[in-house]
Design a protein around this ligand. Structure first.
Ligand code: MG
Length: 224
């Protein structure tokens, strides 16, 4: 609507002034410069991805740590499950922008609370991991819904049971603040578990169909 208005105005200027060709050029140059400045302010997704990864490492959480939780969650349903499949699934979840954004926000708040740099009463709420605070779970839960019901139920389970590295993060004796990070790890592990459960089912079904087709082809060949 705004562009149509500007073009209409330019058209009128062209009608009433022989200099309007120059004015039009100036206006378009101005608009183009504005777009260019806006694009320059955008953060490249590679930068976001690398920063999120770096934050996890700095806070003592590796992909392997999270993959071990995924293995614990999914191996009872898939006895042949390999650790590499869990690692691959965690890596895929970490490619998602909304997960990366959640990591950046959550870890930043943890670090600021650790340094005593938040204003009160938020400083005390985050630093003490206040039981009724809830924003840590809400931030992490927000990125779980995209992976379906298995992710949601696994998140709830991990949040209660504090499996693997989550238990270490939940221990307050270290002097570190992991109020947000423990929930973020629950979220990444839950998403990776759900993603893998669906993928493994797809692979099983594809294999079953392939074997059925091969058996039918063999029968047809023998009959022929
Ligand atoms: Mg928490």
């Amino acid at each position: 609507m705004a562009v149509a208005g500007i073009l209409g105005m330019l058209r009128k200027l062209l009608e009433i002034s022989p200099r309007c060709g120059t004015i039009e050029a100036h206006v378009f140059t101005y608009l183009w410069k504005g777009m260019y400045q806006t694009m320059k302010k955008q953060v490249h997704s590679r930068e976001v991805k690398n920063a999120a990864r770096q934050r996890l490492i700095e806070r003592g959480v590796s992909v392997q740590d999270i993959a071990e939780i995924v293995y614990l969650m999914q191996s009872p349903y898939h006895p042949d499950l390999q650790m590499q499949q869990c690692i691959d699934s965690v890596e895929a979840v970490l490619e998602k922008r909304e997960i990366q954004h959640a990591i950046l926000v959550g870890v930043e708040l943890d670090v600021l609370a650790e340094k005593g740099l938040l204003s009160e009463p938020l400083q005390s709420l985050v630093a003490s991991d206040e039981g009724l605070f809830g924003c840590d779970e809400t931030l992490a839960l927000g990125s779980v819904f995209g992976y379906g019901s298995i992710a949601v139920t696994t998140f709830g389970h991990l949040d209660k049971q504090k499996v693997g590295v989550i238990k270490r993060l939940d221990t307050k004796s270290s002097g570190k603040v992991h109020t947000f990070l423990d929930d973020l790890v629950c979220s990444i592990a839950a998403n990776a578990s759900s993603r893998m459960a669906h993928r493994l089912r797809d692979e099983e079904e594809a294999l079953a169909e392939h074997m059925k087709q091969a058996a039918e082809d063999d029968s047809a060949e023998q009959a022929g």
